[in-house]
Design a protein around this ligand. Structure first.
Ligand code: HEC
Length: 230
């Protein structure tokens, strides 16, 4: 393969993950969430939405209370973590008080653990954001209010509109959208808490490889310069 073809192929491979469809299902396009998984401010705000609202039903057991202190993207103080965890151990994951039996009895379904939800669903944080701001009145009037969601597969969702999006005051729209994006950012961060570190290391490695290529190429030119072509 010629060098140019190889470079084009490598470029295509590099953009492949971004080409993944942003469709939720049956052609419904997801809303775009403004999410910055390097922003401590946004992730912390998202953590607050998660602990105040979502944790009423959902767990995120892969994140420990200690993690909330240790990850630089969150970096709560010991006092802040103590306030959150109450009598839970530092090593315990974020676990809802709602038992699976009670959840099933109340909502008909057990709310899934959200530790990895942005990896498990197409669109990741866009999906979470769209679901939270996707509660509508069913245009066909079949699914009751609060259970109709534009972005959920089949449109009937067992989660009762956690941010009270349906029928909210116009004045609150920006705040609710912000809350939804913030919690999406928090979930996208915890799904892969080492992603930022890995990206930094990746840049250094790429830089090093480029430099090495340059040096080796110069070396090759130097070594071969006296060899006569026949
Ligand atoms: C009152 C309980 C309750 C609260 C509070 C709640 N949820 Fe849910 N959630 C559920 C239930 C029940 C399901 C299962 C829905 C289904 O499968 O129909 C669910 C499902 C989900 C799903 C998965 C949808 C899928 O594709 O399977 C996401 C994402 C989600 N919730 C995010 C959140 C976020 C973020 C919050 C906080 C802002 C939150 N939930 C608050 C009960 C709740």
């Amino acid at each position: 393969m010629k060098l140019k073809q190889l470079l084009i192929a490598m470029g295509a491979l590099a953009v492949l993950p971004f080409a993944q469809s942003a469709m939720a299902h049956e052609g419904v396009e997801l809303k775009h969430a403004e999410v910055d998984v390097t922003s401590q401010e946004q992730i912390r705000r998202g953590l607050t939405v998660f602990t105040d609202v979502c944790m009423g039903c959902h767990s995120a057991t892969y994140v420990s209370y200690k993690g909330l202190m240790d990850y630089p993207e969150i970096a709560l103080t010991r006092e802040e973590v103590d306030d959150l965890r109450e009598d839970h151990a530092m090593t315990e994951g974020l676990r809802t008080e709602l038992s699976a039996e009670d959840a099933a009895a109340s909502y008909g379904k057990v709310p899934p653990d959200l530790s990895l939800i942005t990896s498990a669903r197409h669109g990741g944080p866009n999906y979470v954001y769209s679901i939270l701001t996707g509660f509508e009145h069913d245009p066909d009037g079949r699914i009751p209010d609060g259970n109709f969601n534009e972005y959920f597969k089949g449109n009937r969702i067992a989660m009762p509109d956690p941010l009270s999006w349906l029928d909210h005051d116009e004045a609150d729209t920006a705040q609710l959208e912000q809350d939804a994006q913030d919690v999406a950012a928090f979930l996208a961060f915890i799904a892969d808490p080492h992603q930022n570190q890995r990206r930094v290391i990746g840049c250094w490695v790429m830089g090093f490889l480029l430099l090495l290529t340059l040096v080796l190429w110069r070396l090759k030119v130097e070594v071969w310069k006296d060899v006569k072509k026949h």
